[in-house]
Design a protein around this ligand. Structure first.
Ligand code: SF4
Length: 301
């Protein structure tokens, strides 16, 4: 039982056999791809009595951020099949980290004939919300709060969002303020759609405290290449220093993960100095990979 229950849908709770492009299969239409095939291709992460052993990196950042003010015993990262085990009269927030909750992402739209079919990302999200709402019927003090990279989709379909019983949707980078937002949701009230206008400074981004799927470790945020349609481009570029990267790899090593997925908008922009010509900072990029590959127990990245 927990005051704050965090989770994500089944399409995000798999390492897809470690095959790098297979997660895109989560955008396949449920009407065309039998569930048995999808389930085989997306074996779920392990759990200990319902506590997820691994979780998507964004969910881990959320967990780390709110642990700055909440006590560890008040927060759980639950496996999506076991969320209801952790919901009781003390639960105040059930937070779902979303990626493509309504199947509006570009790959889903392509695979589903422009949304006429149902991407598994949407199907699994709706199934999770259904289970969460069943638990909330018994414990109505628990509010449903969405966030993550797919949260924008909920605002574009606000009526559907309300019909799903979503209380709040947080949109934007929120490492530095999410604990205050959760506090407001619990005690002071908050808007239905909460926009975070400015992202965190580097020093406001916490280290993950639990293992991420794929051994994913972020090394930078923001881009700068100026593609006009792009949201990450609006972020000021921030580069994680080596010691921060090493600490997060160590967290993943605790469960024996031998690989690292290095995450960035564009790895060749790591510690970029040439902001006009975009010539990579060769030395910094090579040093980054050397740092990763010399961590104990890491065999590939
Ligand atoms: S993140 Fe990708 S799409 Fe966005 S500005 Fe950079 S290169 Fe362009």
């Amino acid at each position: 039982m927990a005051r704050i229950v965090l989770t994500a849908d089944a399409t995000q709770m798999s390492e897809y056999w470690g095959i790098p492009l297979l997660p895109f299969f989560s955008c396949a239409p449920a009407e065309k791809v039998p569930r048995i095939v999808f389930d085989f291709l997306s074996p779920q992460v392990k759990h200990n009595n319902g506590v997820a052993q691994m979780a998507p990196y964004g969910l881990r950042k959320l967990e780390a951020s709110i642990l700055r003010t909440y006590k560890p015993k008040e927060v759980v990262v639950a496996h999506p099949d076991h969320v209801s085990k952790f919901v009781n009269e003390d639960t105040r927030i059930i937070g779902i980290s979303t990626m493509d909750p309504l199947g509006l992402g570009p790959v889903s739209m392509m695979f589903t004939d422009g949304g006429q079919l149902t991407a598994y990302t949407k199907r699994k999200f709706l199934e999770l919300v259904y289970e969460v709402n069943r638990a909330r019927k018994r414990f109505p003090k628990a509010k449903l709060v969405l966030g993550g990279s797919g949260a924008w989709q909920m605002e574009t379909k606000d009526e559907q969002t309300r019909a799903l019983g979503v209380n709040h949707t947080v949109i934007g980078e929120c490492d530095h303020v999410i604990q205050d937002i959760y506090n407001d949701i619990e005690f002071n009230g908050a808007p239905e759609f909460i926009h975070v206008p400015r992202g965190p400074k580097l020093e406001q981004i916490p280290d993950i405290v639990g293992a991420s799927t794929h051994g994913l470790v972020e090394v930078m945020r923001g881009c700068g290449r100026n593609c006009q349609f792009c949201e990450p481009n609006l972020r000021t570029a921030k580069y994680y220093p080596a010691d921060k990267i090493e600490r997060e790899i160590a967290v993943n090593r605790k469960i024996g993960n031998p690989n690292v997925w290095i995450h960035s908008e564009d790895i060749f922009l790591y510690k970029l100095e040439d902001k006009n010509g975009f010539m990579p900072n060769h030395e910094a990029v090579v040093d980054l990979f050397k740092t990763v590959m010399t961590q104990g127990g890491i065999t590939y990245a």
